[in-house]
Design a protein around this ligand. Sequence first.
Ligand code: HEC
Ligand code: HEC
Length: 405
Amino acid sequence: MRAIVIAVFAAAVLAGDANAQEMTGAQMFRQNWTSAETASDGLGPIFNEASCHACHWFGGGARIRVRPDGEVAGAGVLLRHTFVDGTGDPHYGVQLQNKAVDGVAAEGVADLSALQVAGGLTRFLASVRFASGPGRTAGITMSLRAAPALDSTALVARVSNAAIIKGADSQDKNKNGISGRVHLLQVPGERPKIGRFNWKATAPRVEDQVANALWFDMGLTSTAHRAPQGECTSRQEDCLNAAGSQSPDLAPDFTDNEIAALADHVRSLVAPPTVPDQPQSFADAGCNSCHTPYMETEDGGSVALYSNLLLHDMGEGLTSYGGEGSARPTEWRTTPLVGFRGQLPDHRYLHDGRAANIDEAIRWHGGEAQRSRDAYMALSASEKLKLTSFVLALMSSMPVPPQGE
Ligand code: HEC
Ligand code: HEC
């Protein structure tokens, strides 16, 4: 088994001067940002990629290739390193930034390899080659996150808070073995917010995640994240020095209007899905207890989503080792199943992309979904194929966004 670096296959470069004020959301999404051209300090000092597009290729998600010998290459996979309680590494913070602007050392590079486990399933192993700092801290756990395709994001945004709360059954009062709960995000000085985006439902609004992405993944500031040093910690002196001349009072790199334009672009990627006929086995196997076909929207309508947007304990096989917000290591948000990701090249499934196809994704289900997984395993080969074909059709129920310039 050999491991290689997570490499970017390619990145689209936009010609011309970058000035966020004059760009549309689509252009900002594709733009390769640099350290000099924006209002505050621009890209970095440390970052993962210079554009949204590098990880969310034309609005899709991570592109991952696993070779027969276990080599994993891809774009759009992040490494989080935290203690079990979710606090970040004291030197490197919660996310490994593998790139840096000139004169600043990157944190390190994660080498990924695929490990065959029981039943022909594959899990990914990450080992980090640190490029700066003290190296691995005792007690720090590592967990991968694949960039999700942004194909259900606009639909998730429309669901009402009331509908999410209504689906929760954290005490399992109906005794079906499933105890989904709302991810309540604590915001100092404010009422808790309901998380709905990301693999652990850690962001309440598209705008929040856009600002998170700019800051954590690219080191770009906004009103939500003003610190020009981005995710570098107080122990990373070269990073602090590089950002140090920038006053936090300077206008942020992105105004609220620019964040809104980026969020509008993300929401524009989605066309109404054409939902195929649902086979009886989907309900019989209990998939619909979590992958709820329809959710009520803020305006009183409904959207086909195939998710309740709740957190579920998915068992030790799917642990992230560290928590996020109040989500425990084994808890994940039910992934919406509608979209266009089923048609994307090099797309893989589950939070770290370990599943090559839908059958593998189902076979990783454990914890609250164990019963459902077992019901799937008990189906005949042709019934299994009918069910996975249905899910693939759901995930191909929207047209792929245009790939032109
Ligand atoms: C380095 C790779 C990377 C870059 C660059 C990146 N993302 Fe992401 N994105 C991710 C990952 C990984 C997640 C999942 C994070 C999680 O679950 O905690 C994500 C999640 C999201 C989501 C949530 C989708 C949903 O439906 O739950 C949105 C929206 C998003 N990104 C938009 C953006 C935008 C806009 C940009 C550019 C400003 C961007 N991302 C840049 C990797 C990236
Ligand atoms: C207890 C709730 C629950 C049940 C029951 C359940 N799932 Fe899931 N499902 C989840 C969660 C949570 C995830 C995300 C897990 C992760 O990424 O680690 C998920 C992920 C998936 C994915 C991967 C989606 C992607 O794009 O990565 C597929 C496919 C899927 N489920 C299909 C099914 C099918 C089919 C059934 C019935 C046999 C089922 N699930 C039953 C909660 C559930």
